[in-house]
Design a protein around this ligand. Structure first.
Ligand SMILES: [Zn+2]
Length: 346
């Protein structure tokens, strides 16, 4: 028992000694940064925080920390809040900014002056961003954040949405805005991209970004909007791994012959030969010309597709087939499609 008391007494003496040397350290003008003691030159002014005198209540400076600091502060602390010799780090990391290129897919107004944007980026996938004060007349961001343009953005990571801090236009594609049918097709391409990508999808969205960028460029170059839309639908189906089968029957794998009748069955992923009894739901007849055109979209590059001379009836049949297909892939009808068809019919 005596030995145990002796041990605890010596431990207490060691502790007292440590406290005393710490106090001596303060009085000599040592400063503490992040718990590491560093020597201070004697000529500098004494530290703001000196060790409390015995019997007085210890200072509890950490209670001064704001728990909900203004934007730009990390954890409510700002550099210099406690003086240069505080126990807290004197340099607080800035909010994390990052740069990206982006195409605006859709947007809606928020509050009196803000706007929420859904954008597609090549490396981060789809993002929802907030542009603060963008609807004020003097906003620096206002003119840049338009759809149908490739933008260079500087973003700050936010709690709900990342915040647009800088924006400039990289590629404007101004000519596609001059024609109503091109603008309607651009909305359609953007809506398909929006519906087929996940937020923060990362590099998975890169092929779709490249496809959308090329599609907007083709519209700007004056390619027929219907052709761009079909080319884009095929490209999107490829990017999503749901390329329609147009060479063989989707049920029996039999190569489709020219003298047969065909049915287009989006739910099965392509064309059905006549050997299968009973029309499945969602199937429509498909003419041989339309089947050939489907194959052409699969095989030809976009320049060759732009040069094709086709009867309007065939283009309409293909448009209807692909509309059904995309509705099945995306599990809903794109809202912009009705407008696109109305514009093209007019
Ligand atoms: Zn078959």
């Amino acid at each position: 028992m005596r030995r145990r008391i002796s041990a605890s007494t010596s431990a207490m003496r060691a502790w007292m000694s440590a406290v005393a040397s710490t106090k001596t350290g303060y009085q000599r003008g040592a400063s503490w940064t992040s718990g590491v003691r560093t020597a201070r030159p004697a000529s500098r002014s004494p530290p703001a925080w000196t060790a409390p005198e015995r019997g007085t209540r210890p200072l509890r400076r950490h209670r001064l920390v704001r728990r909900h600091g203004p934007a730009g502060c990390v954890g409510g602390l700002r550099a210099g809040d406690f003086g240069s010799n505080a126990m807290y780090p004197s340099v607080v990391p800035a909010p994390r900014l990052y740069k990206t290129t982006a195409i605006v897919l859709s947007r809606f107004e928020l509050g009196e002056a803000d706007r929420v944007l859904t954008v597609l980026t090549p490396h981060d996938g789809k993002l929802r961003l907030i542009a603060k004060g963008v609807r004020r007349p003097r906003s620096r961001l206002g003119g840049a954040l338009e759809p149908f343009a490739e933008l260079h953005l500087v973003l700050a990571r936010g709690r709900t949405f990342d915040v647009v801090t800088q924006a400039s236009v990289g590629q404007a594609w101004l000519r596609l805005r001059d024609r109503l049918d091109s603008a309607a097709a651009a909305w359609y391409l953007g809506e398909l991209a929006q519906r087929s990508t996940e937020e923060h999808a990362g590099l998975a969205a890169q092929p779709i970004y490249a496809l959308l960028r090329r599609g907007l460029q083709l519209l700007d170059d004056g390619m027929a909007p219907g052709r761009v839309a079909r080319w884009y639908e095929f490209g999107l189906a490829d990017a999503l791994g749901v390329r329609p089968e147009v060479e063989r029957c989707v049920e029996c794998d039999h190569v489709l012959e020219a003298d047969e009748t065909f049915r287009w069955v989006p739910a099965l992923g392509g064309v059905l030969c006549p050997r299968h009894p009973g029309p499945p739901a969602e199937s429509v007849g498909l003419s041989l010309e339309a089947l050939k055109l489907l194959r052409a979209y699969r095989r030809l590059d976009v320049e060759a597709l732009a040069a094709l001379r086709l009867p309007i009836r065939m283009e309409a049949e293909l448009a209807d087939a692909m509309r059904r297909y995309m509705r099945h892939v995306l599990e809903r009808e794109p809202r912009s499609l009705a407008f696109l068809e109305e514009v093209q019919a007019g």
